[in-house]
Design a protein around this ligand. Sequence first.
Ligand code: AHR
Length: 666
Amino acid sequence: MNKRFFVPLALLVASILTTGAFAQMAAPSGPIVLHIDAAKVVAQVSPTLYGLMTEEINYSYDGGLYAELVRNRTFQDGAEEPVHWSTVQDKGGTGAIALDRGQPLNSVLPVSLRLDVTAAPAGSRVGVANDGFWGIPVRPATTYRASFYAKAATGFSGALTVSIESSDGATVYASAPVSGLGEQWKKYTATLTTGKISETADTRLVIAAGSTGTVWLDLVSLFPPTWHNRPNGNRPDIMQLLADMKPSFLRFPGGNYLQGRTLATRFDWKRTLGDLAERPGHLDDAWRYRSSDGMGLLEFLEWCEDLNMEPVVGVFAGFTLGGVPTQPGPALEPFVQEALEEIEYIAGDTSTTWGARRAKDGHPAPFKLTYVEIGNEDFFDTRRGPGTYDGRYAQFYDAIKPKYPRLQIIATTKVKGHAMDVLDEHFYPRQAEVFEADATHYDSYDRAGPKIFVGEWATRIGTPTPNLLAAIGDAAWMTGMERNSDLVVMHSYAPFFVNVNPGGMQWPSDLIGYNALHSYGSPSYYAQQMFSSHHGDVVLAASAENNPTREWQPPAGRNAKAPPAPKQVPAIYYVATRDSAKGTIYLKLVNSVATPQTVQVELSGGASIASKGAAIVLTSTSPTDTNSITEPAKVVPVTMPLTGLGSTFTRELAPYSVTVLELPPR
Ligand code: AHR
């Protein structure tokens, strides 16, 4: 991230209390007047302005969007013990479980789970239990698909029972028998359907035997219904939250997850393809847990397809978080080739080597691809010596562009001596005022330079998910990006996801929170959703008179010798766009202060709007109000009818509020 603001909590609270108060505001000399000139189009709105950025952080995929319910399904978490697995011994049955490296499923999955049943009196059972990702979500009248590989030692002739049950085993919600185990590895499947039960995640998956002997298991999987019923698919509730944002692109796979700390732990896309039994998974050491890679390259692309998004793929560019950057030149060439192959996998037709591989993996049609990003936050390599990115970017660019002239090549930091198509900039302030004071950031950017992708940004106030104050900072910042979307062609909040269970979060302030059963959008999520689903295709000239300001002391940078000069922060932020086909004007207004603000809207330039429209308002009683698993809808937008509209009208903006006015033509 190229703009980090580390502000101690006490200072942050003090700053909110002192600078957020209306008492600090300069007295306005009259009502706030907002002039909108409907005849003056100042920019086209980029059709790809609003998108998503995700990576494996905070249990975003495993334990999040990726619907797999079994944790550590290939027994590779933990070297000694089968973590998240335990032994079940009921009604006099006895036995034990252990990791077994002597009986691998194949060369890719080197560890299996061995179950030794030593005593099995009639009516007993001995088995293995998995506790899922903080529980296995069990809902009424729901069908789950279980699968696993198994084999038995000579002498075992019994059946297995697969069941979803309460954590203490007292209640079985659904179960199915699996029989016919032999001495060779084979895949078994079972369908488990729940009845009239109450939803719960205080549960476990059990595979148990009722007879003595030895059984080995691997790749134990359980899927609930998925979005569009895709096999190996995604969780529907989280997909719905994303669909409601109408995103136009998905930046993946990172973020630091792309890079890893070593070459062995980067996102190595080739190892994420094909049958799950062919995917080794890898340690996500950027965020300190193991990834199953069930969310592999093709799953990312199918996710794009499901939500009508374009992939924005980050290719590994020779720079890990922990190692020495690969020097441009011959040493970098294998990674350049790998990137070319990845592009071919995504966008090549089936006559190409990697397009054919994609077809073999189940998706013959190529995906639309416009943007490829070279690495992630490569300015960090200058911390280990002279930077290498100028040369690395140039080498990738010069290999990709001749082969794919239509691709736009994104740089992750400014490159000297070479053309950049697009530049990715990241912002993570911890005070709303940082974005508010900087909402004009792109107004004066050089239009002759590269286009801008704000690939990661967020106001980081609130944990695990941001509060209303953060949403106000975000909304002020988004007015600036939308106003400048001739230049800012794409932007994406980050991080997107957090599993809110203890231990689930590595990075505080994430847009969408969830546990096994439920998910919710933060106030910042709703601000995003309001912006992304209400805008036109052209930006109209707009200016404000008498916009009150307050003085704000910006935080000192990490190496600053003296505090920076105080800044004047406006009370309201705005942007007006028009849908050329419908004629509707969308006016976004953000009130960043604790008192209501009345805005007189003056429309000129021949705008003729209907007397009725709609207002969508996001606010709450306190700026620290937020949403959570237990209160998912505490801060949500409310839509209300508007009357009395015309070329002049007034609107009172609630304290700490984000408003979209939808003004249809007459
Ligand atoms: O969004 C979290 C992290 O912040 C990303 O992985 C990285 O690109 C940035 O530093």
